[in-house]
Design a protein around this ligand. Structure first.
Ligand code: F0G
Length: 452
């Protein structure tokens, strides 16, 4: 059981449509959830990025935003706060994490034969490194989606080590994503980050942390890893950062901000290169494109997500949705992760063929039944027929939805489950070659929409 550790002070009304209205909205959107207008959505579980609710302290802090172009007071406070959080001296602000990724890719990748190794790169990280010419390899620890093993976000150290032995000079960095967003929001253990840092150091390459959800990851370490129960999450975050050469973070996740991010390092030469490029792509090096208001609110956001009563609520809320869906019968990625629940649509809708898009079918069903929007994390619409997985992600915005909202989604889940055999899937009417999940027009296989 959990209780929201806050009172709601400002609200955003939800307009609930009828099921008939929602079916009409779906038809008009070509059964593509990205095209459903925002005001027609009741529960938006598309992302936990930039969608959190601000605290009164964050709002008050935004009022202190200093918008001076250079060396603003807000920047000086931001720099100090991130130095404290990460334990690193050189701080490079960015407009959001993908900006940081672009800078890193340009600084680290020099030729098309270069490799980046990771537990699993997030799409934007992979995209940025690949556009700079690198080959990106994910070495994730083996594990069934449904197994309840701890720390399923870990890097497979043996495979990484073997690859490094064979291709030493062409590997440019190890990047660890904390938590592992693409694989169920699963945490990475301290032990794994420690071993990865030793491995990287032994090959003289940097260890980079994509620390977007480091507070959530830190909380899992405190709860699950022996010896860490006595440390605060803030201390664990600092210890994790201490193992890395470069830490970057989107302030839109565990910074509870609507924008922003940073890179931090103690390596002066990497910092100088990153800063030079940041000036072109991100903004003046003392803002990175963030406003003073954003920096002030993010400083407070980073602090608030490390509070343990907040983190306890946060992971309990995710676990509540997870256990409700599991009880109904949905096949899920286990255990529940830090920010989202991932449904294995290939198993849940085993009768829907891959070329009829099982993940999309479930996404459309959830909108029809609950007005809920979620997304395909890995699946045939997003990545084509060679993608083995069909994962639907229900990402929960921070501090936005209550237990009763989650219960509405679970009630819809039960209705979907009971009718699942009638879900038939979709065909594509029209779609671009790349990023087709954003604009594809789909058509249900059965004439009476997707139910018989
Ligand atoms: N790394 C991870 C692990 C992420 O989840 C994201 C964004 C990024 C990097 C890029 O950060 O948006 O600030 O540029 N993830 C969002 C999501 C979009 O929905 O999971 P950004």
């Amino acid at each position: 059981m959990f209780t929201e550790p806050f009172r709601i002070k400002t609200i955003e009304p939800i307009v609930f449509l009828t099921r008939r209205q929602r079916l009409k909205v779906l038809a008009e959107a070509g059964y593509n959830i990205f095209k459903v207008p925002g005001d027609k959505i009741a529960f938006d579980f598309l992302t936990d990025s930039g969608t959190g609710a601000l605290s009164k302290y964050q709002l008050a802090a935004s009022g202190m935003g200093d918008e001076a172009y250079s060396e603003s007071e807000s920047w000086l406070r931001f720099k100090k706060a991130i130095q404290k959080l990460s334990g690193k001296k050189e701080i490079i602000p960015v407009h959001q994490a993908r900006g940081a990724e672009k800078l890193l890719a340009e600084v680290l990748v020099s030729s098309p034969g270069d490799f980046i190794l990771s537990n699993t790169l997030y799409d934007t990280t992979r995209g940025n490194f690949e556009s700079a010419g690198a080959n990106c390899l994910d070495f994730l620890v083996q594990g069934e989606l449904s197994s309840w093993k701890k720390f399923k976000g870990n890097l497979d150290l043996k495979k990484a080590e073997k690859f490094l032995r064979q291709n030493n000079s062409s590997v440019k960095a190890i990047v660890l994503t904390l938590t592992n967003n693409t694989n169920g929001g699963q945490p990475v253990s301290y032990e794994n980050v420690f071993a990865a840092s030793k491995l990287a150091a032994s090959r003289n390459i940097p260890l980079i942390l994509d620390a977007c959800r480091i507070s959530e990851n830190g909380f899992f370490i405190k709860k699950l890893e022996k010896g860490f129960e006595r440390f605060s999450v803030q201390e664990i975050i600092k210890k994790l950062c201490g193992l890395a050469d470069v830490v970057y973070m989107s302030a839109k996740k565990d910074g509870l901000s609507d924008a922003g991010g940073f890179l931090s390092t103690n390596n002066k030469s990497i910092a100088a290169n990153l800063r030079r490029l940041a000036n072109f792509y991100e903004g003046y090096p003392t803002s990175g494109g963030m406003s003073g208001k954003t920096m002030e609110s993010a400083i407070r956001g980073f602090e608030e997500t490390a509070h343990e009563d907040y983190l306890d609520y946060r992971v309990s809320q995710v676990a509540y949705l997870h256990s409700g869906l599991a009880k109904i019968g949905f096949s899920l990625v286990n255990p529940p992760g830090g920010h989202a629940v991932y449904i294995d649509a290939a198993k849940t809708l085993a009768h829907v063929k891959k070329n009829n898009f099982p993940a999309q079918t479930l996404i459309v069903a959830f909108y029809a039944e609950a007005g809920m929007r979620c997304s395909e994390m890995a699946g045939s619409l997003t990545r084509g027929m060679n993608e083995p997985l069909e994962l639907v992600r229900l990402a929960i915005p921070r501090r936005v939805y209550t237990k009763s909202h989650i219960e509405s989604v679970l009630e819809a889940g039960l209705r979907i489950w009971k009718q699942r055999k009638n879900l038939r899937g979709f065909t594509i009417v029209q779609a671009p070659k790349h990023l087709r999940q954003f604009s594809a027009v789909l058509k249900p296989l059965t004439p009476s929409l997707f139910y018989n």
